[in-house]
Design a protein around this ligand. Structure first.
Ligand SMILES: *Cc1c(COP(=O)(O)O)cnc(C)c1O
Ligand SMILES: [Zn+2]
Length: 411
């Protein structure tokens, strides 16, 4: 069962019953799931969660889908790794990496898709669909295959070849659209009115978005039911960042945290697509849409739906934002790989490069317990590092050639 009790407009507060809807009839504002927190408080405990599955469904009581019939490929419960070598390289103290590269389709999107498709099954949909910058398509195709749903995923035609292959292999329909993500998204909003499909980021978006909260729940549980002082989060639409903030607050509301959390939330974007970070840096209240041009394609949303809410969270928690260059992204992928043995996609490079910038600026401080969200695997964006990661030397198969090439003195 679920403790979701309804839907509510985030702008005007109008209430709706649970249904596959995403904008308010009255003001066109975005719609959010509301819960019966008193009932959740009575139902949950740290022990019950610990006894649950090693996936996001251990937090089913805090999610808007029925955990008993959930679509479960094993999304979530990924490692939280203490990153002392990265911390030392950046002059920081206690840094942790939330390694979401280790999800079933190697990105954090498995969390949101598992919730969206579980809800889609409850609503009786037979087909799953989405607009995607790549990772969402991957995840929808895989979870739809697992759940026995048909799928149509729409992606920009210039997407990395690897992301098309790893989506098409699951057997759904992959539609490459001549245009950028915002064009694809507009097309999907139109198609959602014409076909009775569950578009995970259109008509079931309110449920989809809730899956991101599990990235707060897990971090708190893995830190022994404590919260970090500071988190650094990549932003595309800005949804993930706002839901991590919401997740920490909910844990306190339902009695799972002893103290009210005070988590500074900082946001990361690539300079080539940084509408939210630019508004923050300019001190502006409105977000100006941009045309994306960056190697961080999974974050390349030029007109971010939750940008305003992300700005609000970062401002109200005392966080910060940065917009980092493609060169900084590649250098940060290498830094994380070389210090911690974790290979991140370009979005992870954006996040680590932002951590570096904020550490240099004194915004992320050495006395803070900081969690960095690494949301996608490096094998998804190999092209980004091909120019900088090759053989150390190429030699003929003789010991003489090796000793000539390498001056090995130490052990
Ligand atoms: C989708 C995505 C995000 C964040 O997306 P939001 O739209 O801001 O919720 C972050 N990292 C990766 C790798 C993604 O695919
Ligand atoms: Zn409204």
């Amino acid at each position: 069962m679920t403790y979701a009790s309804g839907l509510r407009c985030r702008e005007c507060g109008h209430d709706y019953e649970i249904a596959p809807i995403y904008t308010c009839e009255w003001c066109f504002g975005p719609i959010e799931v509301v819960y019966d927190y008193d009932a959740i408080r009575a139902a949950v405990s740290r022990e019950k969660i610990a006894a649950g599955p090693d996936s996001i469904w251990r937090y089913a009581d805090l999610l808007p889908a029925d955990g008993d019939v959930a679509v479960d490929l094993g999304a979530g419960f990924t490692p939280l790794v203490r990153a002392d070598r990265l911390a030392a390289a950046l002059g920081l103290g206690e840094v942790w990496i939330k390694n979401d590269t280790l999800n079933p389709t190697n990105s954090f999107k498995d969390r949101v898709v598992a919730v969206a498709l579980s809800k889609a099954l409850e609503f009786g949909f037979k087909t799953a669909a989405c607009a995607s910058t790549g990772n969402l398509a991957n995840s929808v195709a895989a979870h739809a295959a697992h759940a026995g749903l048909k799928s149509y995923v729409f992606v920009p035609a210039d997407l990395e070849a690897g992301k098309i292959v790893t989506t098409a292999v699951y057997g759904g329909n992959v539609v490459a659209v001549d245009g950028n993500y915002d064009d694809v998204n507009r097309l999907c909003a139109e198609l959602a009115g014409a076909y009775p499909w569950a578009f995970v980021n259109v008509n079931v978006r309110p449920f989809y978005a809730e899956g991101s909260k599990t990235l707060a729940y897990e971090v708190a549980e893995q830190l022994g039911w404590e919260t970090p002082d500071h988190v650094v989060v990549p932003m595309a639409s800005g949804s993930l960042l706002t839901k991590i903030d919401k997740g920490f607050r909910e844990l306190h509301k339902v009695g799972l945290l002893d103290r009210e959390p005070e988590v500074r939330v900082s946001g990361a974007q690539a300079l080539g697509c940084s509408p939210i970070a630019k508004a923050w840096l300019d001190g502006a209240d409105t977000i100006k849409p941009v045309k994306p041009s960056t190697i961080a394609k999974s974050l390349a949303i030029g007109n971010p739906a939750d940008g305003y809410f992300a700005l609000d969270v970062v401002r109200s928690t005392g966080g910060a934002m940065a917009a980092v260059t493609d060169d900084e992204i590649v250098a940060a992928i290498q830094l994380l790989a070389r210090t911690e043995g974790i290979f991140a996609e370009t979005a992870g490079g954006v996040t680590v490069a932002t951590l570096k910038r904020l550490a240099e600026a004194g915004v992320v401080r050495p006395d803070e317990r900081t969690v960095v969200y690494i949301t996608g695997h490096g094998l998804k964006t190999l092209d980004a590092v091909v120019p900088v990661a090759g053989p150390t030397a190429t030699i003929p198969p003789t010991i003489e050639a090796f000793t000539a090439a390498f001056d090995v003195e130490e052990q």
